[in-house]
Design a protein around this ligand. Structure first.
Ligand code: PHE
Ligand code: FE
Length: 287
């Protein structure tokens, strides 16, 4: 459910979904909120209700609290309204985009504290699963955590790191970090492991699956180099979840210059998604 993977997949030439006729140089469009139909608002409400009911005891508190304040249960939200509140909280804004956008454009938005949100909503038959990110994934999944100052800073730093990785040939590696943190990340809390990754939080099935003991999926402490080497699944539940202790760990762990890491990883094999290396501890062992 992420543009980094989907763009790679689509470089085969399949057309992107969305209207790319009326955008500016940064792929930004008007949301045109008045154009959403009542059926689309109804579909949003159903998606919202299904997901919201799954969150208590599973999503991290930061997500649940921010989502409640955003007040977006009644229908597809007006980006402008949440964007203002978000800017007041962390200096981020929301920009509307037609759909998947080029990597350079995406990184540039993040580096400038702008989060791109797709304007279109999935079709009713895509209720449970959608390949490309839509407004529900982007808005419901990603925006709440941007109200957290430390996570918001990590996202900006990620954008800066992306621009740099493009020059260093480290994009595949860096994309894995985005995948395993921003999209599919778990966090340790005093109450237990909780979800902060948007790809999980907007998914009907993975919210429960990823916290279920005894599946074939690994739950291991995030080590950045290890994560950068690890392949991921784009068409099934994840086989590895990396668990952080705090958002500060993400911010601090990505402060160093990655140039030597990219160099080193070029000499090492990538790891399959279900790898467990010697010495690694599974944090959610089989019951
Ligand atoms: N600090 C990393 C570098 O110098 C960039 C980076 C930032 C990577 C944030 C990941 C996340 O390349
Ligand atoms: Fe996403």
């Amino acid at each position: 459910e992420d543009f980094l993977a989907t763009v790679a997949e689509k470089s085969s030439g399949a057309a992107l979904r969305g209207d790319y006729q009326h955008m500016d140089a940064h792929y930004v469009v008007q949301q045109d909120w008045a154009a959403y139909t009542e059926e689309e608002h109804e579909l949003w409400r159903k998606l919202y209700q299904r997901q919201a009911a799954l969150l208590p005891g599973r999503a991290c508190d930061e997500f649940i609290e921010a989502l409640a304040k955003m007040d977006i249960s009644a229908g597809i939200p007006q980006f402008e309204k949440t964007s203002k509140a978000l800017f007041a909280a962390t200096g981020w804004t929301i920009v509307a985009v037609p759909g998947l956008i080029p990597e350079l454009t995406f990184f540039d938005h993040l580096a400038n504290r702008r989060f791109p949100v797709t304007v279109w909503l999935r079709k009713p038959e895509e209720f449970n699963y959608i390949v490309e990110p839509d407004v529900f994934h982007d808005f419901f999944g990603h925006v709440p955590l941007l109200f957290n100052p430390v996570f918001a800073d990590y996202m900006q730093r990620y954008g800066q790191g992306g621009l740099k990785a493009m020059k260093l040939g480290g994009l595949d590696e860096l994309a894995r970090l985005y995948w395993y943190t921003v999209e599919f990340g778990l966090i340790n809390t005093p109450e237990g492991i909780r979800i902060y990754g948007a790809g999980i939080l907007s998914s009907g099935g993975e919210v429960e699956y990823c916290l279920t003991p005894g599946t074939k999926s690994r739950h291991i402490r995030l080590d950045i180099e290890r994560c950068l080497r690890t392949l991921y699944k784009i068409d099934s539940y994840q086989e590895t979840y990396f668990v952080i202790d705090s958002y500060q760990q993400l911010f601090d762990g990505t402060a160093p210059d990655f140039t030597p890491i990219y160099e080193k990883l070029k000499t090492m094999d990538v790891l399959p998604a279900n790898t467990l290396l010697e010495g690694e501890v599974e944090l959610l062992p089989a019951v």
